[in-house]
Ligand binder design. Sequence first.
Ligand code: AMP
Length: 289
Amino acid sequence: MSNKNSFEPLEIVKTKESLHQHLQSYRNDRLRIAFVPTMGGLHQGHIALINHAKTLADMVVCSIFVNPTQFNDPRDLEKYPRPIEKDTNMLAQAGCDVLFKPEVEEMYGQDEQWHINLGHLDNVLEGLHRPGHFQGVTQIVKKLFDAVQPDIACFGQKDFQQFKVVEQLVIQLQLPITLEMCPTVREPDGLAMSSRNVRLSENGRKQALALYQTLLQTKAGLHRKSIRTLRDDAINMLENNPGIRLEYFAIHDTESFTEADSLVKNQQLVALVAAWVDGIRLIDNMLLT
Ligand code: AMP
């Protein structure tokens, strides 16, 4: 649906004010704006979001912002890849219209406070293992939504719980934004694409495949084994892999995001995993039903 021809250059804006000015003419013409927030270190998973966004709207805004408030490990924040030239080229080639790339000072004042009640989403799996992470995510997503004021925002299934959290943000604050979840893009061997994968050693890269293989095995066993056995088998498989330090493996109902104990008719289940490989924290998930 995007009406932009792919030879138009990518517009790079760094301030909320210039973004507002740039988007005003589109808004005046009642054109639909789709938004893809990222932290950069772009790969084909991000580009799939841009491509999907293009099919839904007249123009696409992508943001690159490594958000400090969602990192609970300062070393992870410091080591987060920032290949801005490569990222910019990828976005231009994908036909993205605007890149919003603010500095931290543009997005945060001093001593800002933020809290939103995310219920149990804040206390399980990613919420439990990364305290404060989803408060940081919702804080920056709200700021970015305010700056872009998109009609549609696209997020990846790769961060399944994050999608549920952003859904809560939109519902609670009654934001007029349609959320789209796009499937996880994988490497040919099945490893979920992630900006952090570039930090894996050759050996770690091979070991990381166990996450995908365990998810596949869980899905394959769905109608043969109980949910509890599926989960125990997956945990055993990952815990017995010397290259992997498992943080969690869980099977949840996609709607309520509570742990499933049996398969109920018409229920959608998702298996989710987080583990450390080579000192790098990886997450993945797979819809089972
Ligand atoms: P990030 O830059 O990691 O914060 O991710 C930005 C967006 O891209 C989020 O909505 C992610 O869920 C999404 N994303 C990251 N990796 C993938 C992937 N492999 N496939 C699909 N979407 C992804």
